[in-house]
Design a protein around this ligand. Structure first.
Ligand code: SF4
Length: 366
């Protein structure tokens, strides 16, 4: 008989835990499922679940958003991007255009989309117009973008690329010597594309238990049970608790297309800085699709200041799992979903937005 969420929870509660354990989940979707199901509230008090760097909108460099705003305002283009990105504020004076939403209100042709397919449809439907896809996302977003370009995207579609890989951020945390977690729940969707093997380094190089999880309570609790048991029994392996979808090697076709279209290099993450080998860039064969080549840069070197966050904003700390969302100095005060200061309160995958949406109003600031 298949174990239910209740069964996994009982197994976790029956474990002879003797001290605190921190488990990081590296996926906004995981954080949403955990919060929606109230999993934190039913786990033994020794277990802490720490949301990690799993929101692509949250880590998109501020200067990339600024560039998208000014490209849309200054060029005769249609700019398409995921809806969440429209409300992300940049660090400029309140008198200036501070978001893509404000640029749209000021007359720029900016259209929210829900998937890369919509970007292609908009380009196909407007063959006389240049369409720029401001593509911020992780492997799961970059794979369909790569597929579109391999399979023949319309000639009038360009990319303003802000794509990132997830595992290097976790590697950076582990290499810091103070990762702030004892075990890892690895992202299911990313593993579907790239294969669970992307996370083997957590076990092999750093000796931490890891398990890939899906998005149901059953899969998440099974993964938590796995890593807790590994800790207790002093065993280490990468467990796949999402086997119905995640296969060894991932999706070879998608990986091939990713490799065909993109190369991987160092990249900046908002508020964090440069992470080695963490960013996608178009290969020379696709350079003509690079909006920066077609329209020039719309930011300038003075915008390259990823370390800078808005005053009082602790998004970088939240993204790295160093503090919980409600430990930010301005959570629920200056920063709310209605009036966000940082990207983590904007995106559906941002930990602050998720916590607020699930009713966490108490602040936890010393
Ligand atoms: S409450 Fe706002 S400013 Fe603070 S970390 Fe969250 S999103 Fe950033």
């Amino acid at each position: 008989m298949t174990a239910t969420a209740g069964d996994w929870l009982k197994r976790i509660r029956d474990l002879p835990l003797t001290g605190p354990v921190k488990i990081m989940n590296v996926c906004g979707g995981h954080e949403r499922s955990i919060s929606a199901a109230g999993i934190r509230g039913v786990l033994p008090s020794e277990i802490e679940l720490v949301p990690g760097p799993g929101c692509p909108v949250c880590i998109c460099p501020e200067e990339d958003v600024y560039e998208a705003i000014h490209l849309a305002l200054e060029e005769d283009v249609t700019l398409v991007t995921f809806g969440d990105m429209l409300r992300v504020p940049v660090n400029v004076s309140r008198r200036d255009v501070r978001s893509l939403e404000q640029a749209k209100a000021a007359g720029a042709d900016i259209r929210p989309i829900a998937s890369p397919t919509e970007a292609i449809e908009i380009a196909r439907g407007n063959p006389d117009r240049d369409v720029v896809f401001f593509a911020a996302g992780f492997e799961t977003t970059m794979a369909p973008v790569a597929a579109a370009f391999c399979e023949g995207a319309p000639d009038n579609l360009y990319l303003l690329l802000s794509g990132r890989l997830t595992w290097p951020a976790v590697a950076m945390l582990l290499e810091s010597g103070e990762p702030g977690f004892d075990a890892l729940i690895a992202p299911g969707h990313v593993s579907t594309v790239m294969g669970p093997e992307d996370w083997q380094f957590v076990v092999d190089d750093f000796g931490l238990p890891a398990a890939v999880a899906g998005f149901t309570s059953v899969s998440l609790l099974a993964a938590m049970y796995s890593v807790l048991r590994q800790l207790l029994e002093r065993k280490r392996f990468l467990d796949n608790c999402y086997p119905e979808v995640v296969r060894p090697g991932g999706n070879p076709g998608a990986r091939r297309q990713l490799q065909q279209v993109f190369e991987v290099g160092d990249a900046t993450w908002r508020g964090i800085g440069t992470i080695p080998d963490s960013g996608y860039a178009l290969r020379p064969a696709f350079a003509e699709r690079d909006s920066r080549q077609r329209f020039g840069e719309h930011g300038g070197q003075e915008r390259k200041r990823v370390g800078l966050m808005p005053k009082g904003c602790d998004c970088a700390q939240v993204v790295l799992g160093k503090i919980y969302p409600n430990q930010c100095r301005i959570y629920g005060l200056a920063c709310t979903p209605r009036s966000p200061i940082g990207p983590c309160m904007v995106s559906e995958e941002g930990a602050c937005r998720i916590w607020w949406a699930h009713g966490i109003r108490e602040r936890d600031v010393a």
